[in-house]
Structures are given as C-alpha cells and as structure tokens.
Ligand binder design. Structure first.
Ligand code: NDP
Length: 449
C-alpha cells in the first residue's frame, strides 16, 4: 500500500474492513500510519503489544435515538453518537458536532484525531468525540433546547468529570452547552462543572475558551513564522468558514499585524480587500446568526460576496482552512500554490485532502496539521477543567498566556521529533509521531486493557 510501512498495511486493511464505508475514518487512520514507519522500526515493543491495532479500535461506541418535538408539535427523530476512543492519558475528551452530515465514520475520524491532538497538548486528557445528525440551522431557540435536553437524557449516563468530558464543535457553541449542562444538572442533581467544557463565564466557563481554537492556530503560525525569522506583519491571509474557529483566527491575525481578506460559509465567500471587519462579522454570525452574505450588506459596498465558488481562488500568503473536513481539494491546493501561498495551517479538523497535503509537500509549502495547529481549543478546555476542579477562575491575560505557551510547546515538540526521526521541518510527521509516542507509552504502562 503506497506510503505505508509493510507492517502497518495489515493494520490499515483491518481498519478498512472492520469499519466498512467510513471513509473519513479510513483517511484519518491512513494519514497517521504514514508517519509511524520509523517509529515501529525503532520501537518493536509497540507492535509486540498490538498498541497501534488497539489504538484503532475505540474503547466504547454509543449510538442512540434522540426524539424531540419541533415547534409545530411534530415528532422528530435524530441519531446521537459518542465514541470514547482512548482513555490512556485521561478521561475521554472531545467535542460534540451537530450537523446533518454526522454519521459514525465522521465521529470516529474526529475521535481518532482527538487522541493524538490531546496527547500533543501534554495535558491529562484522552480522546473522544460525539454528535448528532441534527441540523440546528433554521431551528428556533426552543427547538434547539428541546433537542439538547433529549440528547443529554441519554448521554448523561455515559459522561462525567472523571469519565468523559464533551465540549463544542460545529453547530455546538455556548448556547447548546448551556442547554446540555442544564439537563445534566437536572437529571443528576449535581453541579458538576467539570463534566462539560465551553461553558459560559458566569456558570463555570473559562476565559479564552471561546477564542482558544482560532487564537491557538494563529499562535502556532506565529511560531512557524518566528522559526523562519519572519512575522505576520503585512501578510495577506485567507480563512475559510465564519464560525467559532474562523472568527477568532481572524481577530488574532489582525492583532498580530496580518490582514485577512476573505472568509466563507457553505454558500460562498466574502472578499474584503481592506480586511474583514471583525465587529461586523461577529454581529452577523454570533448575534444575528446570519449568513456570510449578510456581511456584505452590513459593509455597505466595501466587500463582495462570491457565491458557490472556492475561497482558495483568493491569492494569499497564508491559508487557514477553518470550516470542515476535506474542504481543500487537490485543485484548491494548486490554486494556493500558484498564487504564492507559503503556509497552510489547519484550523479545522482534516480540512486538507490527502492530494492537497501531498501537493503542499512537493511545492515546499509549510503545512501544519490540525491535530497540532488547532489543539488550542482542547488545551483551553483542559484549563477549564483545572479551574473547575480547584473552584478557581483565572484572568483573560493569564489564560491566554498559558494558551500561547502550550502552542509554543506543541510547535517545538513537533519540530524536535520530526528532526529526531529524520524528517526536519515536517510538522505532520512531528505531530503524528509526538502525539502517538506519549499515548503509546501510557498504553504500554497500563497493560492489556
Ligand atoms: P462552527 O459551527 O462555529 O462553524 C463552522 C463554519 O464552517 C461555518 O461557517 C460553516 O458554514 C462552515 N462549514 C461547515 N460545513 C461546511 C461545509 N460542508 N462547507 C463549507 N463550509 C462549511 O464550527 P467551528 O468553528 O467550531 O468548527 C470548525 C472546524 O474546526 C471543524 O472542523 C471543527 O471540528 C474544528 N475544530 C473546532 C474546535 C472548537 O473549539 N470549536 C476545536 C478544534 C477543531 P455554514 O454555516 O454554512 O454551515
């Protein structure tokens, strides 16, 4: 199998056979396995103890029915998922995604990625992920609340601050976490703050959690630039998406002197050559819950909406794909390379297709994979858990400083490990290997469980 160490081919084939049709999960596993050849050569104990095969099989998978009543009184049925993938380093930890495209293969890909990402943070958190095929778009507040309450009515028995700690992801922000936490509290009669992260600031949330994934991605790129004795100053940046990750990535790029000229949603992108106006964007997306096309109206002629086209046709120095998986195709990568893009850092999970990643490598474009570049979100969730456990709350500045330090450490450990395994400057290999080794060592120490 092209690109895989011979001893890993069987593992990949077993994953593909046992998880038929789950193509995103196959892709995520393949991508990690491509980096592990030198590791299995150096550490035969991992193969002897079937560590990689065990890592590819979730510890527990839960699928459940979520019935709820819409505003017209009609019964709606969705499917809920929680995949508890690996708890060698700590309680399962990872977000919930509410989007119509969610099925078991998406949840498994995200949960698998989460194991390595959480390991890279150096914090005591295992990997998991969950969600539902519920589509919050166009639903009233009351419908979202009833859905969340029904979802938690099943999920509550599987989670807990020492067991499994969900958070947000696509379609799940502070509003949804609030409804989920409220229902958990009601059912269990416990104010167990550490059971969910991404909470509001007045009820157990952490400063900087909302900003963390976007800020963290930009801190990571700042480290890449610094390592090349460069900076964000005057850099032209394109950020896809206009949700939680994208908004705060844009905010931080501007704070560091770059200019974000385009962002998007699933209907198209907006081009604003003077730089995306972050206050207008927040108002449109966070307050009004509108579409990205509404941004143009609010900017009164300063920006342009381009419907149904790829945002990657906009020339840039730095690209931050921050919407969803596989949003950067091989053709998109060619556009980016042609326009002179030098750095691609994944704010989203697996937004770049394998073809795109290969083209970036061939063209010498620095590529930072999501499991490293977007780890700031989950790292700050772990900081939220620390504050909850000690009944404490830290200031914005203190928490942001800790986030910046964590991103710096992740950056350095990717580079150090990539070097050690003979692939200098390869952030993907560094992230996969560094993430793998910490969790694999813990699995060995814990015995055959
Ligand atoms: P949000 O729901 O806040 O925003 C998602 C954005 O992506 C929206 O603008 C949405 O547009 C767009 N989008 C979603 N699906 C598609 C699609 N098929 N095509 C084009 N655009 C799409 O989610 P987040 O910002 O939280 O998450 C974005 C990515 O970042 C995901 O991959 C997530 O897994 C990852 N991530 C998030 C973390 C977090 O802390 N929130 C942590 C680490 C990673 P539309 O409204 O049109 O659907």
């Amino acid at each position: 199998m092209s690109g895989l160490h011979p001893s890993l081919c069987d593992i990949y084939e077993e994953v593909a056979r046992r998880n038929a049709g789950e193509k995103e999960f196959h892709q995520a596993v393949f991508e990690v396995l491509t980096s592990l050849g030198p590791v299995v050569d150096k550490h035969p104990e991992f193969a002897d103890n079937a560590v990689i095969r065990r890592l590819c099989e979730p510890e527990r998978q839960i699928i459940f029915r979520v019935p709820w009543l819409d505003d017209s009184g009609t019964v709606q049925i969705n499917r809920g998922f929680r995949v508890e993938f690996n708890s060698a380093l700590g309680p399962f930890k990872g977000g919930l995604r509410f989007h119509p495209s969610v099925y078991l293969g998406i949840v498994k890909f995200l949960g698998f990625e989460q194991i390595f990402k959480n390991s890279l943070t150096g914090l005591p958190i295992g990997g998991g992920k969950g969600g539902s095929d519920f589509d919050p778009k166009g639903r009233s507040d009351a419908e979202v609340m009833r859905f969340c309450q029904s979802f938690m009515t099943e999920l509550y028995r599987h989670i807990g601050e020492y067991t499994d700690v969900p958070a947000g992801d696509i379609g799940v922000g502070t509003r949804e976490i609030g409804y989920l936490f409220g229902q958990y509290k009601r059912i269990t009669n416990r104010y167990e703050s550490g059971v969910l992260t991404g909470k509001g600031l007045t009820w157990g949330g952490s400063q900087v959690r909302t900003e963390a994934t976007g800020y963290g991605t930009v801190f990571f790129v700042d480290e890449i630039l610094r390592a090349a004795r460069d900076s964000f100053d005057g850099k032209r940046v394109v950020v896809s998406g206009s949700g939680n990750v994208a908004i705060y990535a844009i905010e931080k790029v501007h704070a560091l002197g770059g200019i974000v000229v385009a962002c998007s949603d699933s209907s198209g992108y907006v081009l604003d050559e003077k730089g995306i106006d972050i206050d207008v964007l927040k108002d449109v997306k966070e307050v009004q819950r509108g579409r990205i096309s509404d941004y143009v109206e609010a900017r009164a002629g300063a920006a342009q909406f381009v419907e149904g086209r790829s945002i990657w046709e906009v020339p840039c120095d730095i690209a931050l794909p921050s919407a969803t998986q596989n949003e950067v195709s091989g053709a998109d990568a060619e556009l980016l390379i042609k326009s002179g893009c030098r750095i691609v850092a994944e704010g989203a999970n697996m937004p770049c297709t394998p073809e795109a990643v290969k083209l970036f490598a061939e063209a010498g474009v620095t590529f930072a994979p999501g499991k490293a570049a977007n780890a700031g979100g989950v790292a700050t969730s772990a900081l939220e858990m620390q504050q909850n456990a000690s009944r404490d709350s830290w200031t914005f500045e203190d928490t942001e400083q800790r986030l910046a330090e964590i991103m710096g450490r992740i950056h350095d450990s990717c580079l150090t490990i990539a070097d050690e395994y003979g692939q200098p400057g390869n952030y993907m290999a560094g992230a996969n290997i560094a993430g793998f080794i910490r969790v694999a060592d813990a699995m060995l120490a814990l015995g055959l469980v």
